[in-house]
Design a protein around this ligand. Structure first.
Ligand code: ACO
Length: 400
């Protein structure tokens, strides 16, 4: 049924929905989730088909434009991305203002927000071409900035983007190569796994960070600042920070023998089983399934026999058979396996959420574009006031 919002508002009606459990503030054509069935479609395409067959940048194109690109559109889009990978030289100085031990997510919030200082005066968000180039710039520059945040923490020189490499290869190159590496060697298994991780994190409709980008964007704010707001929202352990938290949890548990004791702590609500549970999925997260297969492929190809993986598998098995988890429909989410893959390919734990942010940028900016391509209202939730009723002002000398 269509509800006449204006009439409801006039009658003084509003709803109280902490955590937006049943409230949709937007219409969107980008991503569809059926949490009960465990189905995720981007522009209608199932996530497993995209992750297994398409490159991340093709998926990004579909999120932005509605369909997967034709061969010609793909070549043109990829070329535009390559053109915009470098960042302004002055941004290097911005990095130098951070302590070396700063968390790379803190650096990312700062440097992506700082892009708004480089692209503000001449940016007209009502102009479609300006919006388009903003999306290209962000998707192109995120790997460069992400790798710079890592290099800075290592005290190593920044690497310039290699535009003869594809998107994932270039990111891995900027992360791991050094100026002395004249014969830097790519690894196809690692590159493909990285690209799949990007695709699996590309979009997920109105999650906390995307809603943040939309809310900030609804005021007409600078889009680079909106994406920085999204990065801040993603950082929390209940959202994108969970991939880092999974590895910390595995470190804390230590060995398979300690799993039952840890599970008791989970059931007594002392701790959460990180990488489990989801607001929308009440079934297996379809991204987690692809992630698990990728995890197996990577570990086998690299010949890694990681005790962390053995521990993760033991946890997964126990949790999936435990009534506490069954009754609450708690299944592994995308972050349960991504951390293990990232660890296997040599990415340090503090970079896990940065990689999530890099990948989610295509989703965030697609939502921002979708919002700006039609009339929209400023996001302005109401609240249930539970404070004091009206009372008289008391002078400071009379207050008790
Ligand atoms: N471990 C143990 N118990 C859990 C977990 C978990 N990971 N997740 C939910 N529960 C329990 C809750 O304690 C609650 O039980 P109760 O009703 O008996 O008190 C019940 O399941 C429902 O949980 P809610 O917190 O109401 O679920 P909500 O939808 O608000 O939270 C969330 C979803 C934040 C993802 C939660 O499951 C969680 O914190 N998971 C761990 C962190 C994580 O992996 N986050 C990544 C999410 S995916 C992503 O952002 C990419």
């Amino acid at each position: 049924p269509v509800i006449d919002i204006a009439a409801l508002q006039d009658s003084g009606f509003w709803s109280y929905d902490p955590g937006f459990k049943v409230t949709a503030p937007v219409e969107s054509k980008i991503t569809y989730i059926d949490g009960g069935k465990g189905e995720l479609l981007h522009r209608g395409y199932p996530i497993d088909e995209l992750a297994n067959n398409a490159e991340y940048l093709e998926v990004a194109y579909a999120l932005l434009h509605g369909d997967l690109p034709t061969a010609e559109q793909k070549a043109e889009f990829f070329e535009k991305i390559r053109e915009h990978t470098p960042v302004h030289d002055q941004l290097r100085k911005f990095f130098e203002g951070f302590r070396r031990d700063a968390h790379p997510m803190a650096i990312m919030v700062g440097v992506v927000g700082a892009l708004s200082a480089f692209y503000h005066e001449d940016l007209d968000v009502s102009n479609e071409e300006h919006r388009e180039i903003t999306a290209i710039r962000l998707i192109a520059k995120m790997p460069t900035l992400a790798a710079m945040s890592y290099k800075y923490s290592q005290g190593e020189p920044f690497m310039y983007p290699r535009n003869d490499f594809n998107y994932a290869e270039n990111f891995l190159y900027m992360m791991f190569a050094t100026p002395a590496d004249v014969d830097y060697e790519k690894n196809d298994v690692i590159t493909r796994a990285m690209d799949k991780i990007f695709t699996l994190h590309a979009d997920h409709e109105q999650n906390a960070s995307t809603s943040t980008v939309r809310l900030a964007g609804s005021t007409g704010a600078n889009p680079y600042a909106c994406i920085a707001a999204g990065i801040a929202a993603l950082w929390g352990p209940s959202h994108g920070g969970a991939n880092e938290a999974v590895l910390e949890m595995l470190d804390e548990i230590g060995t398979v023998e300690n799993v039952p004791e840890f599970m008791e702590k989970v059931k007594s609500r002392e701790v959460k089983l990180m990488g489990f549970g989801h607001r929308v999925y009440k079934n297996f997260d379809p991204r987690a399934q692809v992630m698990k297969e990728t995890c197996d492929e990577v570990l086998e190809a690299l010949g890694i026999n990681d005790p962390k993986l053995e521990l993760a598998m033991a946890l997964e098995k126990i949790a999936l058979e435990d009534p506490f988890f069954i009754e609450r429909n708690l299944y592994p989410n995308v972050d349960f396996y991504s951390g293990i893959i990232l660890k296997a390919i040599g990415i340090p734990t503090s970079m896990f959420t940065v990689i999530f942010a890099l990948a989610r940028t295509s989703g965030w900016i697609s939502h921002w574009l979708e919002m700006h391509s039609a009339p929209f209202k400023i996001g302005r939730p109401r609240q249930l006031y539970t404070g004091e009723t009206r009372r008289d002002f008391v002078k400071v000398e009379d207050r008790k």
